[in-house]
Structures are given as C-alpha cells and as structure tokens.
Design a protein around this ligand. Sequence first.
Ligand SMILES: NC(=O)c1ccc[n+]([C@@H]2O[C@H](COP(=O)([O-])OP(=O)(O)OC[C@H]3O[C@@H](n4cnc5c(N)ncnc54)[C@H](O)[C@@H]3O)[C@@H](O)[C@H]2O)c1
Length: 310
Amino acid sequence: MKNQRVVVTGGAGFIGSHLVVQLVEAGNDVVVIDTLLRGNKIPHEIFKQIEFHKVDVCDRDKVKAISKGANVIFHFAAILGVDIVADNPIETMETEVNGMQSVAGAAIENQIDRIVYASTSGVYGHLALEKSVDEEILVDPRTSYAMAKRYNEIYLASLFEEKGINSIAIRFFNVYGLRQDNRMVIPRFYEQAMSNEPITVFGTGEQTRDFTYVDDAVKASILLANRVKGFEIFNVANERESTIGELAEKIKKMSGSTSEIKFIYAPKKRYDFEVGRRFGSSAKLLKHIDYKPNTQLNEGLDVIYASLLN
Ligand SMILES: NC(=O)c1ccc[n+]([C@@H]2O[C@H](COP(=O)([O-])OP(=O)(O)OC[C@H]3O[C@@H](n4cnc5c(N)ncnc54)[C@H](O)[C@@H]3O)[C@@H](O)[C@H]2O)c1
C-alpha cells in the first residue's frame, strides 16, 4: 500500500503507532484519530509527518469530516486490558459499538469502501482449549470486550451485504513489542524483573498464549488491507504456544534478574475470563497473502530487552 490516504483510529496506541510508522514509511498520507488514553506512542519523527486529531472515535460528525477523501480506514481504537475491561464493561462496549457506527457512517458517506478492523482471538473464548484455532471454529466470547468485537464482526458482514462496504476483521493473538504498556503481561514481567521485584504469575503459570510480534502483526494488517474484498475474518497468530510460567523464566534469565517468580491467586474477575490454552492457526492468512508472522518469541523479547537497556 502506498500513496493512499489512510485513516487510523487508535493510531497513537501500541499496535496503531507501529501501523502508522509502517504506513508513513511506505509513502502513505496518514490521518490519526485518537483520544490519547494511553499517551502518544507515535515516534516524534513520524508524528511530524501525519495529520493528528484528538477526537473520540464515537463522534460521528467529526469522524465523517476527518475521513473525507480517505481510501481506507484502519479501525483500531478500543478500550482493552483484562482488568480495565472487567472494571469498565459499559464503556468497553460503548466504544466498540458507537466507534464502529461512526466508522461505518464515515465509510458510507465518504464512499470509502475498505475498513480493516482490529478484532481479537478473545472471541474464541474457552473453545481454544483443545487445539490451534482456525477461523471456522465456533466462537464463544466471554467478556464484554470479546462480545463487542464479535458483534462488530457480524455488523461488518452485514455492512457489506447492505452497503457494499468491504472489510476485514483481524483476530490478533497476544500482540507484543516495543512501546507496549504494562496492562499486558510482557511489559509487566520486564518491569518486575528489571527492578528485581517478584515476577507475579497468575495461577499455575501453565496457561498458554500465542505471542505475535507487533511488526509481523502490522505487516499482515497492511497486506490484508490491499486485498479487502467482501467481508473476511483472518487470524493473525504466531502459531506457537508458550506457557506464562516459561515466559516469566525467559524474561528473568534474559535480564539477569534476582526476582523470585511468584505464583499468585488472581482476583476473581480474572479467573472468570481465564483461558487455559490458546494458540491460533494462520493458515488462512498464509494462503491469502503469502505471509504469516514469523518472529520467534525469543527474538522479539531480545529486541524489547535491548531497548530497555538504552
Ligand atoms: N494488543 C493486543 O494483544 C491485541 C490483541 C487483540 C486485539 N487487539 C486490538 O487491537 C487494537 C489496538 O490495540 P492496542 O494493543 O494497540 O491497544 P492500545 O490501548 O495501546 O491502543 C488503543 C488506542 O485507542 C485509543 N482509544 C480508545 N478509546 C478511544 C476513543 N473513544 N476514541 C479514539 N481513540 C480511542 C486509545 O487512546 C489508544 O491509543 C484494539 O482494537 C485491540 O482491541 C489488540
């Protein structure tokens, strides 16, 4: 994708900021809509080259006006983080539902026929227990966040049927990398390890996740944006399982930390949502764009650790 006018909602956030960097570097004209809930993660040099609007994605009139003339909208604005979502289920759902209506309205009014939406592997809920999940498996969202993501996937499917707006929903599997904040497990473990405080693992540490490096996730998103047609769902997963206990060990070892690894009881709200095992299949992604995430967890962790030393 180059020489396109691209709107990115949530562009100042973790994944959004990496997306903005790659889009600008490829020669696109990038417009960001973000309320800066997590600060501005877009590197300074890149920020100077974009158009930025501190605007709530739920503000339909403003989103419509800002996105005039755009070729594609990446809709990545959201409320997330297990604890934050558990404490704010109403705002989580509102941002998803009203934000998507705003984006859809802008696409219809401005004849933007491509939306790339950040969904989540969370829609698979507990069904991911037995095997690597593909897009065909029945979904089972358990949180307001996952529920809202699934709702928006269905909404986008109908938007194509009713209005001919093409879109893709990307189900990301635990994206990690530079500039992520400590709502997520990897930055939290680094913070604890580097200060030699106990590394706190919820539960037994045997629960698994599929960690996808952010550069890979963004590359896949841009390649997908080039081929949006109808409505499609794609997993973006690294296809490798790691236990949270192993992750804690790796981070402790890498940082030469004296931290104790402490297995603690999580607050009840966490257990209600806890998924024992989750890893995804990127076979559909590979088939359609001839690419799938390939950065190994150790490589990604090395990059983060190196940045923390600077
Ligand atoms: N990080 C992951 O592992 C992961 C996994 C699955 C899906 N996702 C999805 O990817 C997207 C990006 O996630 P992230 O990790 O970068 O999260 P993030 O919290 O770092 O970024 C989200 C951004 O959205 C902005 N935002 C929130 N509410 C807004 C509103 N009403 N109007 C405008 N901006 C608003 C925030 O200010 C923030 O900059 C989200 O949609 C998320 O649900 C992320």
